[in-house]
Write a protein that binds this ligand. Structure first.
Ligand code: SF4
Length: 323
């Protein structure tokens, strides 16, 4: 599926013009422990119909997520707002790059309608990077949160945001809309940033997460990385410390999968027992919740994880009170 996504889609523009000149990186065969449910069930088709009916974009499709068969069967889709074209050009990401179109003012209500139709208890909203907008899309995020709240007051809302680099005041606008979970992914260790996430700054991202907690300590914060991009274990452990110093609650760690031959190579497939070891180390650092498996993605099982996150906070507060 990922290779298909590399081809020209709705028009004749290349999906990744900035990657076209790169040498091919052969796509390695996946190991036995990476097995996913194929899309095609009735639930998957129903989710797909609602997404299409509302003209929505999902990161599930745009990123070629391997979990789409499982998630969409359960009506769990992650909506990607502000278009399908990103202003960054990360080496791992399959979302189209280029100059995006203007914002769709109806999108917040369209997303809210879809959330209501799907009957979601917990929704994850993400977006492309919009460096072209003065506020990086912060107000659009806030409008979408408010529209969902108005339509589905019982639905909990998780957002996965860009870094709002050089967008003063943007983060404050999003936090003021009071999402239940604020997720911003570090994606990889700092030593990889120049090659993997060249438009971003590692410590800016760490600081963004820290600032969310300073602005509103009731919001859960979450961040994730991919492994298999050439990082060393000690770099991952240092990253955990960086996130804990920013008081981040929830860490996700998943295997990087190469979308096309023009994307970053998979340096290594990490075996499941090493994921388990990272999970143990992360819990020892004080995260409230850790998900570390080959197929972990930021939004995978996000609803169940939100319940576990709340329970973990209550347990920790009770423990502190009794200490
Ligand atoms: S893990 Fe997230 S991005 Fe992937 S299919 Fe599930 S909801 Fe979509």
């Amino acid at each position: 599926m990922a290779v298909v996504l590399d081809l020209l889609r709705n028009d004749q523009r290349p999906r990744h013009p900035e990657k076209a000149h790169r040498p091919d990186q052969p796509i390695q065969r996946k190991p036995d422990w990476i097995r996913v449910k194929a899309p095609g069930s009735a639930g998957w088709a129903e989710t797909r119909a609602i997404v299409k009916e509302h003209g929505l974009v999902t990161v599930c499709e745009e990123a070629g997520c391997p979990n789409i068969g499982e998630c969409w069967e359960k009506k769990h889709a992650t909506f990607m707002i502000m278009g399908d074209t990103c202003t960054r050009a990360c080496a791992f990401c399959n979302v189209r790059t280029g100059l995006p179109q203007g914002l769709d003012a109806r999108e917040p209500d369209n997303v809210a309608d879809s959330v209501a139709k799907l009957g979601l208890h917990h929704v994850v909203i993400t977006s492309v990077d919009r460096d072209d907008l003065a506020d990086g899309g912060a107000e659009h995020f806030a409008q979408t949160i408010r529209a969902i709240r108005a339509r589905s007051p019982a639905t909990t809302i998780e957002i996965l945001t860009p870094d709002f680099l050089r967008k003063d005041g943007a983060l404050e606008v999003v936090v003021a809309a009071r999402p239940d979970v604020f997720n911003h992914n570090l994606e990889t260790v700092p030593g990889n940033y120049l090659t993997v996430r060249p438009g971003a700054r590692y410590f800016h991202s760490v600081r963004l997460l820290q600032r969310v907690k300073e602005l509103d300590p009731t919001i859960f914060t979450k961040s994730g990385i991919m492994v298999g991009l050439g990082e060393e274990r000690n770099e991952v452990v240092q990253l955990m410390d960086d996130l804990r110093s920013a008081d981040v609650d929830f860490l996700t760690v998943g295997q990087y999968l190469q979308p096309t031959k023009k994307h970053h190579e998979v340096v290594r497939f990490m075996p499941p027992d090493e994921f388990k070891s990272l999970e143990t180390t992360a819990y020892s650092k004080g995260f409230l919740l850790v998900s570390a498996t080959p197929l972990t993605r930021s939004s995978h099982h996000a609803g169940e994880d939100f319940s576990r996150l709340k329970a973990a906070r209550v347990a920790r507060l009770a423990h502190s009170a009794n200490a």
